[in-house]
Design a protein around this ligand. Structure first.
Ligand SMILES: [Mg+2]
Length: 262
């Protein structure tokens, strides 16, 4: 059997690793075993630097062979594959500012900046850290607590967001604003602290464009409507190859099942 026919795509935060944390040894072993029956793809809203920070350990001695893995940051609008020298190299890349136009991009930035001020005024107890907006080429990441927040600071955000549904509210406003300005873009919750904004169709289903002739599996933790795994989960669920998890332990069970059933 050609083991490249199967591609096992995984979300990263909350699926392969706890949010913004390093991958654990049991997950590395599970992925290594799975890589013998198909390719592994890490399909995440994060950019390559975060994937590397959290996943580098998986590719060390006795880990997952790099030539069995594709890294698909920014919802797969970037693709990194191992080169002959066994290093990950960028092989696909597209650009959001070109796709929607500079004027539309600035309109989105302006609104997010204003809403950031609103959030900071209304929720003054949250320990904001700065770097609220980050352009990643294929998406704009808006993180109201700030990208460099520590685990404790992130938790303060998550607690308040669970209570007050801040991201739900502002991603709704973003959607309304973009439709008003006829901007063809989507706002979706990313990870547990962000909102990702990207051109229409550049959700995680973009990652499927790399695997038109493969049998694709997907596992993610934000498969509910509004979550960043929702579109791809919906697209694949009819095939029975899409899996919803709550945490990394669920993912380990799914990998175990995949290995015994494939
Ligand atoms: Mg996730």
């Amino acid at each position: 059997m050609n083991s490249d026919k199967k591609i096992f795509l995984f979300d990263m935060d909350g699926t392969l690793t706890p949010p913004r944390e390093r991958v654990q040894g049991d997950m590395v072993r599970a992925l290594r075993d799975l890589s013998s029956i198909g390719r592994i793809g890490i399909l995440t809203g994060s950019d390559f630097d975060y994937v590397w920070e959290q996943m580098e350990f998986a590719f060390g001695m006795g880990g997952v062979p790099v030539d069995r893995v594709d890294i698909l940051p920014c919802n797969g609008t970037k693709k990194y594959a191992a080169s002959a020298s066994r290093r990950f190299e960028l092989v696909h890349d597209v650009n959001m500012q070109q796709e929607i136009g500079a004027e539309n991009y600035n309109t989105i930035l302006r609104h997010c900046a204003g809403w950031q001020w609103q959030i900071m005024t209304k929720f003054q107890e949250i320990p904001y850290t700065g770097t609220f907006l980050q352009y990643r080429g294929s998406l704009l990441n808006w993180c109201p607590i700030g990208r460099s927040a520590s685990a404790a600071e992130r938790k303060a955000w998550v607690d308040e967001d669970n209570k007050s549904k801040i991201r739900d509210y502002y991603s709704g406003l973003l959607t309304e604003m973009m439709s008003l300005f006829s901007i063809e873009a989507t706002a979706a919750l990313g990870g547990s602290t962000s909102i990702d904004i990207y051109p229409a169709g550049w959700d995680k289903t973009y990652g499927l464009r790399h695997y038109k002739d493969s049998e694709v599996y997907f596992t993610g933790d934000k498969c509910e409507i509004g979550g960043n795994d929702w579109h791809i989960y919906e697209e694949l669920k009819e095939t029975g190859r899409a899996f919803k998890v709550e945490n990394t332990s669920d993912t380990l069970k799914i990998i175990e099942d995949l290995i015994s059933s494939c």
